[in-house]
Design a protein around this ligand. Structure first.
Ligand code: FE2
Length: 274
């Protein structure tokens, strides 16, 4: 990488043990090909498809991820309460009530003095109404916290809410990337004032699934209205990620690329990566 550029790879929601396994298999090759300065992944579904634990966070770190973002499922496993207080590299949505453990931002300084901050926010449309207005929360935060490069994981259901956030923050942050819907969207671009935007980064999990879970139990719930036990699917794994280069001086995005690594073409992908 040129000295004035900072490359971040953001990896879509890592789903359960098969997502973690595929992350571990592919990330060394991804690092070799793309030489990122920072790798961020959403990990709120890394434990059995719902929640995060010390073990699953440890596996994500071991694969090469440096910062883990959360979302509405971040608290689903009890130990997350302590984990988020202990480990500042795992962040939860900033707009949760103040009493929630952990932090909504992880920031650090690079060797050459560049301040990087990663933020997590949660949407309110079609989601549990437990969080404050994400627009107002991030507006106030950015007024009081300056960084050279700021990346936001906006964990939300509604595309309209995500797009609105992208335009709201265009020129104020380096990237607004959506998570939560687990389907990689084709709208990755750099907005007019230099902010990278994508409605959803996608996921690391099974393509032959309903957003990472076995199809049949999900289908039965829709057919009968009765809750069924959901299980993480292991077939046909993919890893979705977004590669972005930022200018360290301006904080603006100058290059963005959506990538999907596919298990069924794994050998081919291995060849490309090598
Ligand atoms: Fe979520």
């Amino acid at each position: 990488m040129q000295n004035n550029l900072y490359r971040i790879i953001f990896i879509g929601d890592v789903i359960g043990k098969f997502g973690r396994k595929f992350l571990g298999l592919t990330l060394p090759l991804i690092r070799k090909k793309y030489s990122p300065d920072l790798i961020v992944a959403n990990g709120e579904n890394s434990a059995g498809g719902l929640g995060i634990t010390r073990k699953t966070a440890g596996e994500i770190y071991n694969a090469g991820v440096q910062v883990i973002t959360g979302g509405n499922h971040i608290w689903d496993k009890k130990e997350a309460l302590g984990l988020l207080n202990d480990d500042k590299r795992i962040i939860r949505p900033m707009n949760f009530p103040r009493s929630a453990p952990g932090s909504g931002c992880h920031s650090f300084k690079t060797k050459d003095g560049c301040v990087i901050q990663i933020l997590s926010l949660q949407g309110r449309v079609f989601m549990e109404p437990v969080v404050d207005n994400p627009f107002l929360v991030v507006d106030e935060f950015l007024d009081n916290n300056k960084a050279d490069i700021s990346l936001i994981d906006f964990h939300a259901e509604a595309t309209a809410e995500k797009q609105a956030m992208g335009f709201f923050l265009d020129g104020r942050v380096s990237a607004v990337l959506g998570t939560h819907t687990h389907v990689q969207t084709s709208d990755l671009r750099i907005l007019d004032k230099g902010t990278a935007y994508q409605s959803d980064v996608g996921m690391t999990g099974s393509l032959d699934s309903v957003i990472g879970m076995r199809i049949e139990p999900v289908l039965q719930k829709f057919l009968t209205g009765i809750n069924h036990r959901f299980e993480v699917e292991k077939k046909n794994l993919i890893l979705d990620m977004t590669v972005m280069d930022f200018d360290k001086n301006s904080g603006k995005a100058i290059y963005v690329e959506p990538v999907r690594i596919h298990e069924t073409h794994y050998q081919e992908q291995l060849d490309i990566l090598n």
